[in-house]
Design a protein around this ligand. Structure first.
Ligand code: NAP
Length: 468
């Protein structure tokens, strides 16, 4: 672990294994209570140092981190692939995106600004002049999930440093390797001591201790709804950002461009074996095109190559663990027992699940309504667009939705009606560039990420008002 610029070990060793076949790849250490305490103390010093840097200096630091990540991109990609089990091509794409996140954070460091408030526009404001400034909060706890261990960490670390804060980062217990490598990179880039600290360990013990530490000014969390709720309850009056899960849907109207959208739907469902928070889990197809679409989709799902994550030709590797795959298998079996039809896939071998396609599943079934986080999709037929929109809105999640039609009027109406954080028109919901506002409604989250928006959440807006 990196604590206040020093590498720390504890007697508690944890083996990190390749989820695909269980091959051990590294040994890490679980933090004890004293190490967490030390990390928060170091971060308090780090916060002072970060707040003392000019905006130019913070931007330069983030730019250097970006350049170093570019230099070491292939090493990071291998680490990400080994710890998550995602394919090497997907891991490379994550590393490329992580560089974009750092670049956007550097831009925010340069552009962080307040505004002049027109005090004399109020009846009692005569003779007053005011401005706002954005000030750092102090120590920010970043708690991140397993599925994008590098880029989702940087979505917290980049904006936090841009705003002049320090970070205590707890990555997922399964995937701490890229965060530890990032800590080494931050030192090389010249980050002040204590600006970025990484403590590893379980959420139940290490995560909980960090969240409950009153010296932490803000908790920025990405992960499941269940843990998000606990963190919100523990945070009290401190600030929180919660980026949580979804059961995302795409709607296909009869006039959409199916040739273009079919491969996008396949990628949206099965990229990273479905372990993406905006994975396509539900496809709503207008009944007049449902049969043809389903046939082509099933054929495309069958054509995906399952294999070792480090092989260049692999399309789909394993889930994060055997337990995760067993859960998905069990959900599919239950859906079938309730009358659902399994058109292809669904069989399990260790942590691998063959890409599954289901239809005719009861609307309240877990595979439709809960977050599957695995390589399965449910195809639904609808008659009128409103039915599909209402069905999506009836669920408890609201991260992103895809809406595909050439009719601008329809698209606009439905986009306004969907209760989600983002509507992606003429594409699947599984689309993100790292500078856009990203986050959800309902059980999908609180607050927005994307460096511009995260920096706002990670600063205090202060008014300075002058009389005379
Ligand atoms: P998770 O189980 O909720 O874990 C997320 C993080 O929280 C991990 O670091 C975990 O530690 C930690 N944690 C667990 N219990 C905790 C506690 N009581 N106090 C503090 N921290 C605690 O999620 P996951 O399985 O890693 O990731 C999958 C989930 O993330 C899915 O629901 C997915 O949709 C969501 N996600 C959302 C977004 C988004 O931007 N909206 C992006 C990616 C993923 P350990 O794992 O080390 O125990």
């Amino acid at each position: 672990m990196l604590v206040g610029g020093e590498w720390v070990r504890t007697p508690q060793v944890r083996i990190i294994s390749l989820p695909y076949d269980g091959t051990p790849v590294a040994e890490v250490y679980d933090a004890d209570a004293a190490t967490v305490d030390r990390a928060v103390k170091a971060a308090q010093k780090g916060a002072e140092a970060m707040a003392g840097l000019t905006q130019y200096e913070r931007a330069e630091l983030l730019q250097r981190m970006r350049s170093l990540l570019g230099r070491d991109a292939e090493e990071f990609a291998r680490l990400v692939s080994l710890e998550t089990g995602k394919t090497i091509r997907e891991a490379r794409s994550e590393v490329a995106r992580a560089q974009q996140t750092l670049a956007a954070s550097a831009d925010e460091a340069r552009n962080l600004r307040g505004e002049v408030v027109p005090m004399e526009a109020a009846p009692t404001g005569k003779g007053r002049w005011a401005m706002t400034v954005r000030e750092p909060l102090g120590v920010i706890a970043a708690i991140t999930p397993f599925n994008f261990p590098l880029n989702l960490g940087l979505h917290k670390i980049g904006p936090a440093l841009a705003a002049g804060n320090s970070v205590v980062h707890k990555p997922s217990e399964n995937t701490p390797l890229s965060a530890l490598r990032l800590a080494r990179l931050a030192i090389e880039a010249g980050a002040p001591t204590g600006a970025y600290n990484v403590v590893t360990g379980s959420g139940e013990v290490t995560g909980r201790q960090i969240v409950n530490d009153p010296r932490i000014a803000m908790i920025t969390f990405t992960g499941s709804g269940e843990v998000g709720r606990q963190i919100r309850a523990a945070a009290g009056l401190r600030r929180v950002t919660l980026e949580m899960g979804s059961n995302s849907a795409v709607i296909l109207e009869p006039d959409c461009d199916l040739d273009l959208l079919l491969p996008r739907c396949v990628a949206g469902c099965y990229a990273q074996a479905g372990q993406v928070c905006i994975s396509v889990q539900n496809i709503y197809v207008q009944e007049s095109i449902a049969e043809g679409f389903t046939e082509r989709f099933v054929a495309a799902a069958r054509a995906l190559k399952i294999g070792h994550p480090l092989e260049e030709s692999t399309d789909i590797a394993s889930l994060i663990s055997v337990e995760a795959a067993e859960r998905v298998e069990c959900w599919i079996e239950r859906a079938v027992a309730r009358g659902g039809k399994l058109l292809t896939g669904g069989t399990r071998r260790g942590a691998i699940i063959e890409p599954a396609v289901l239809t005719d599943v009861p609307a309240d079934d877990d595979v439709c309504r809960k977050e599957a986080f695995g390589p399965l999709v449910v195809i639904h037929r609808y008659s009128r667009l409103e039915e599909a929109v209402d069905d999506i809105n009836a669920g408890e999640y609201g991260l992103q939705a895809g809406l595909c039609t050439r009719d601008i009027g329809k698209a606009f109406q439905a986009a306004r009606k969907l209760r989600v954080g983002g509507v992606i028109v003429n594409d699947v919901p599984a689309f993100r560039v790292d500078l856009m506002p990203y986050g959800g409604t309902k059980l999908s989250g609180v607050g927005r990420e994307g460096p511009h928006f995260a920096v706002e959440e990670m600063t205090e807006l202060k008014l300075i008002c002058w009389r005379g």
